[in-house]
Design a protein around this ligand. Structure first.
Ligand code: HAM
Length: 420
């Protein structure tokens, strides 16, 4: 059997890529309005970056990483399952903290998680993410949430929901953790096997379990355990979101799947996507830079799943119809005319005009058919006789009219009629 792409990966052919480019351009233009500069980091990093950054007890680290050994030094590397840890690694490696008070970065690229594939969940997927390092202000939380929503809206999505929570900080979370353990311990046997082990290692993750949803309804809520600082911060974020007209629902069970979060956590959902409706997720990670041996640096960010964003646009039928590129087809009869035609096509391309020819010696009728199929706006027809007189015919394909033009003036002529 012919070789096929690995499970959970996708090929994007030119038509689909045009849609991706459209979305990426919207993202880039909004990011620049919000003052974010683009970064690219390697698709693989030292495994220890993710172990320390994302947390050893998370599903991502325990079950989903693509890790491989490389070289003879015994080093292991991992295909990045997300980009936040890498962004922080780059921030530290380039000592950006020494040159900027606040750093605003965005990225778009492939991520890798060995998950069970289904609609909207892949093993290679793409994220657009944005990270702000160096600000503890609740204004930054609201700014970042606003950017995530604006990106979704800019591609035509409506009916999005924003879920908000605070997951506290190292001061208040241990107390909450204890309360959760005490609450669940007497019913431990009733929890799913994953949650039974989560209860000791990472009890907050029990709240996020898709199997045990009923058992978490009456559980203690983190918002009742927040320290004064976290509570104030959370209130201010809500006040600022309201001030800029962003509505949200509070979800005390929103704990997110990565360990680095502190204070604000949020998700944006597009409910028509069903099981994989989380289009974006993010939050504050005030301890991560220090965890990775950097200076204490508050930070916040989010990532949007590009495939899910595109699925949502499709569901909403919000993808614009793209007009075919304006093009010129050069029709040539005979060897000498074909060489001249090839010269013309090359010169037109240098002038940024999409030009093509056949070159297979087909009849004029077949070549005009090809011109029609590619929806060429103009055809330049070069016959032996025209060539001998230093002339060509320029045919307006839609109108079926044609004009005789001097060969040495045809480039300027076509450029003029096509670009106006
Ligand atoms: P995350 O929630 O793991 O967060 O992923 C963010 C988004 O990526 C999800 O909401 C979803 O749209 C998409 N996504 C995740 N896994 C898959 C998958 N297997 N297939 C398709 N799409 C997927 C992060 O990755 C954090 N780094 C976000 C962040 C940035 N937090 C702070 N800064």
């Amino acid at each position: 059997m012919a070789i096929q792409k690995p499970r959970g990966t996708q090929d994007f052919l030119p038509e689909r890529m045009r849609e991706w480019k459209y979305v990426e351009e919207k993202i880039a233009s909004l990011c620049s309005a919000y003052g974010f500069g683009e970064i690219r980091t390697p698709v693989f990093e030292n495994t220890s970056l993710f172990l320390r950054g994302i947390g050893e007890t998370t599903d991502v680290v325990q079950k989903e990483m693509y890790t491989f050994a490389s070289g003879d030094k015994g080093d292991t590397f991992t295909l990045r399952p997300e980009n936040t840890a890498s962004a922080v690694r780059a921030y530290l490696e380039h000592k950006i903290y020494g040159t900027e008070n606040m750093t605003k970065w965005f990225y778009i690229g492939p991520m890798f998680r060995h998950e069970r594939p289904q609609a909207g969940r892949y093993r290679q997927f793409h994220q657009f993410g944005a990270e702000v390092l160096g600000s503890s202000s609740p204004y930054t939380d609201s700014e970042v949430i606003s950017l995530a929503l604006e990106v979704c809206k800019s591609v035509g999505l409506t009916g999005l929901t924003l879920e908000l929570n605070s997951v506290g900080c190292p001061k208040c979370r241990p107390v909450y953790r204890e309360a959760l353990i005490q609450y669940f311990e007497p019913h431990k046997e009733e929890l799913c096997t994953d949650c039974q082990s989560r209860l000791t290692k990472n009890p907050l993750r029990v709240l996020d379990c898709k199997v045990d949803t009923d058992k978490t309804k009456e559980a203690p809520r983190i918002t009742e355990y927040l320290c004064e600082e976290c509570e104030e911060h959370f209130k201010k974020v809500q006040e600022l979101l309201t001030a800029i007209g962003i509505s949200y629902t509070l979800n005390p069970n929103l704990v997110r799947g990565l360990d680095y979060y502190t204070k604000t956590a949020f998700e944006i959902k597009y409910p028509p996507l069903g099981a994989q409706s989380a289009v974006a997720g993010g939050g504050r990670y005030d301890g991560l830079v220090e965890e990775l041996d950097g200076p204490s640096t508050p930070a916040i960010g989010f990532a949007i799943g590009m495939e899910r964003l595109l699925l949502a646009i499709e569901k909403q039928e919000a993808m614009p119809q793209f007009a075919p590129l304006k093009s010129v087809f050069v029709v040539s009869m005979g060897d000498e005319a074909s060489v001249e035609g090839f010269r013309l096509v090359t010169s037109l391309r240098k002038r940024d005009i999409y030009a093509a020819m056949d070159g297979a010696g087909r009849s004029m009728k077949s070549q005009l058919k090809l011109a029609n199929r590619m929806r060429a706006e103009y055809a330049i027809i070069i016959g032996e006789e025209e060539l001998a007189n230093g002339k060509v015919l320029v045919r307006n394909m839609a109108e079926g009219t044609q004009e005789e033009v001097m060969l040495d003036a045809v480039l300027d002529y076509v450029e003029h009629v096509m670009k106006g």
